[in-house]
Ligand binder design. Structure first.
Ligand SMILES: *Cc1c(COP(=O)(O)O)cnc(C)c1O
Length: 405
């Protein structure tokens, strides 16, 4: 059963003080805190099980390989992929998007083809396609959102055309909290003849990913945002697409046969996992996903959504405070501005109260500018966030207001 006070016991960092104050961590959208089981798993792996994978015919290497490949099956289950071979380990979500652009994109896109993104993409998804579009001579297009930050079916459909070859969109905006109807987006894109990449970085921690139901062609997320280790990300791709994609990097582990003159590359996923991988992080990711999967996503959603509503309600009572993205059913982030207080000054005061929030453009500079700001403050939730955390935030915001006004 979902009990936030029990959950908090699993995250030692939340039970320590910061600047002499209770640690109030409201920056889960940037990176989530870690359950002890994950860190302990990595420690045990290094101290008692470690060896390189896919290499040695000895006990430890075989054992490591089993743990590594078991993690792939855990990810398969986590995202409901058809087979484990559709799961590729990358450094992070950013590398997953770069991989798709450099392999699928570079070999399938032609000058004049269109790549369609939303106006709310993270730099990882935006800059990557912007730069590859320039290299290829493809046309980068954006579809607008509604005034309130919600998804507009009409605006999306009018930007989609028979020229569109790739639609690459976030499943949940890290600025607005907007949850995109990815299943409908995939269906519409497919009937226009385009492939779809879903950036599930924010979505993955709050809602159940189901690649089978979405019918997306590619999907990425990062380990560190789902209570897992840094240095590990996931790229999902439909198997037949992966099979027809050239390698991303060359080296060991991605080959079948090598001669001095030529190389035969192996099948996915190994084709895309050149060199020694982040083995311990993969094993740690397994532990954090197992941890997350002991809860029911509908319980997580219900809890976080009531907390998001509470935070929104409380924030809006503060005079001069404006939230960008006030959308029903949004994910657990609130980005806001307060009249006459610079976000950096605000974060400084909050920091002294032990409260961690994010300020700036959140790696979505074009969107923040489009909304009319150069910088915002963002509070974001995780499974360990409590109503008391929100109350402390609100109290500190009133304090900051009296300080600066
Ligand atoms: C964090 C984030 C990314 C990038 O993740 P990395 O771990 O930095 O690669 C991409 N998209 C969204 C929506 C994000 O929140």
């Amino acid at each position: 059963m979902f009990n936030v006070y029990d959950i908090r016991k699993d995250f030692p960092i939340l039970n320590q003080t910061v600047e002499g104050k209770r640690n109030i961590y409201l920056d889960t959208a940037a990176s989530a805190q870690k359950p002890a089981v994950m860190a302990e798993r990595i420690s045990r792996f290094y101290l008692t099980e470690y060896a390189n994978v896919h290499r040695g015919n000895y006990f430890l290497s075989e054992h490591s390989t089993e743990s590594y490949e078991r993690a792939r099956k855990t990810v398969q289950l986590f995202i409901n992929a058809e087979r484990p071979e559709e799961v590729i380990f990358t450094r992070n979500a950013t590398e997953g998007i770069n991989l798709v652009a450099a392999t699928y994109g570079a070999s399938n896109l032609h000058p004049g083809d269109e790549i369609l993104l939303s106006r709310a993409e993270h730099h990882a998804n935006l800059v990557t396609w912007q730069q590859w579009a320039q290299k290829i001579g493809a046309v980068l297009k954006y579809f607008d959102l509604n005034e309130d930050g919600s998804f507009s079916k009409e605006k999306f459909l009018s930007a989609l055309s028979s020229q569109t070859k790739i639609v690459s969109v976030t499943a949940m905006s890290n600025v607005l909290g907007t949850v995109f109807p990815v299943k409908n987006i995939c269906a519409a894109a497919h009937s226009a003849g385009a492939k779809v990449l879903i950036d599930a970085c924010q979505f993955a921690v709050h809602k159940k990913i189901d690649v089978h139901d979405f019918d997306c062609d590619f999907l990425v997320f990062s380990g560190h945002k789902v209570y897992g280790p840094t240095g590990i990300g996931i790229l999902y791709g439909k198997y037949d697409l992966l099979c027809n994609m050239p390698p991303y990097q060359y080296g060991g582990d991605m080959i079948d046969h090598v001669s001095y003159e030529s190389t035969q590359f192996t099948t996915p996923p190994a084709r895309f996992e050149a060199g020694t991988q982040a083995i311990a992080q993969v094993v740690g990711l397994d532990a954090s996903l197992q941890y997350l999967m002991q809860f029911n996503f509908s319980e997580i959603e219900a809890y976080e959504s009531s907390l998001t509503d509470y935070m929104t309600e409380q924030l809006l009572q503060i005079k001069g405070l404006k939230i960008v993205g006030q959308i029903p059913d949004k994910g657990g982030v609130c980005s806001f501005a307060i009249d006459k207080i610079h976000p950096q000054d605000l974060a400084f005061v909050l920091g002294k109260e032990g409260i961690a929030v994010r300020t700036g453009h959140f790696c979505a500079e074009p969107l923040v500018n489009l909304l009319g700001y150069t910088s915002l403050t963002r509070a974001s939730l995780g499974i360990y966030t409590t109503k008391e955390d929100i109350d402390e935030l609100i109290r500190a915001l009133y304090k900051a207001k009296s300080f600066f006004e």
